[in-house]
Design a protein around this ligand. Structure first.
Ligand SMILES: [Zn+2]
Length: 297
């Protein structure tokens, strides 16, 4: 059975440190593969599921099974996601994303794999980013497979749902806003413009497997890297954790920067418990690498 996107229980937390030296050493050696998660985007205003104020307690992410089986679930998803998209559309890369792009420009990184679907690494100038869980910026048709731009669908949805202006109770990392059933009633869901099929955001839902070719590509990246640097992920889903295990089994140092303990701590040589923006700009300073101030991003 292929592993699917599901939460794992926590285990073996590693005490956090504020010492950035091992991470600085790994970066100055080069060949670093970055694996990033929601924690790097919280400073851009996109909330994390977990940690302080995490939304998991009040939000159950949509599962692939619900989305594909249930018309009402899809209406709920698209209504909520349509509102959430406005927040995602406004989010801008932060100092952490810009520092990662600067490390890459200076040849310290082999690649960035991200679990985030927000496109903010690319917005900061990182190239060749592997989007492990897909991207909210794209939409896929479940019937004909056609890919299209989310911005185009957002425009069509605005037109089809003129006057849909409910106030959301909150916004979640998968771009899903909190709305009641009454608020989503009457929301018009739109089909594929090619074949009238069902549209789905091009992201990996909970209960859905990451495409095998994408997983294999990431395994190759782990094999080719000198070390693995985890940025802002609690590694509570197998899709990211397996690369941490893979790196550790291959004898490559795993370094983690995450404020809270992670599911991968037992495989790591260190876990730095600092906010990502602070940690990454401090590292850039120490390595003498200039980071864009974001005014041009
Ligand atoms: Zn289609």
């Amino acid at each position: 059975m292929r592993p699917t996107l599901n939460w794992l229980p926590a285990d073996d937390p590693l005490p956090g440190t504020t010492d950035l030296e091992p991470v600085a050493d790994a970066l100055s050696t080069g060949g670093v593969l970055v694996l990033s998660g929601a924690g790097i985007s919280t400073e851009s205003g996109i909330p994390d599921y977990r940690g302080e104020g995490g939304s998991l307690s009040r939000h159950t992410p949509m599962t692939y099974q619900d989305f594909t089986a249930d018309t009402q679930a899809r209406r709920r998803y698209w209504a909520r996601s349509h509102l959430g998209w406005r927040t995602f559309g406004r989010a801008r890369p932060n100092a952490g994303h810009r520092a990662v792009a600067a490390f890459a420009r200076h040849g310290l990184l082999t690649r960035v794999i991200t679990q985030n679907v927000d496109g903010l690494h690319q917005g900061a100038g990182s190239e060749g980013v592997v989007e492990l869980h897909g991207s909210l910026a794209r939409v896929v048709c479940l019937s004909c497979g056609a890919l299209s731009l989310r911005s185009e669908l957002a425009r069509r949805l605005e037109e089809a749902n003129a006057g849909f202006e409910p106030t959301a109770a909150g916004i979640n990392p998968d771009g899903d806003a909190d709305l009641t059933d009454e608020q989503v009633e009457g929301f018009r869901v739109l089909p594929c413009t090619v074949c009238d099929g069902v549209l789905k955001p091009d992201v990996v839902f909970f209960g859905e497997a990451v495409p095998p070719r994408r997983v294999e590509h990431c395994r190759t990246l782990v094999r080719e890297a000198a070390s693995l640097l985890v940025l802002g992920s609690s590694l509570t889903v197998m899709s990211g954790l397996r690369f941490v295990r893979h790196a550790a089994q291959a004898g490559k140092p795993v370094l983690i920067v995450n404020r809270d303990p992670t599911r991968g701590d037992r495989h790591a040589v260190t876990r730095v418990a600092l906010p990502l923006g602070t940690a990454l700009t401090t590292l850039a300073d120490r390595l003498g690498i200039p980071v864009d101030d974001g005014s041009t991003a």
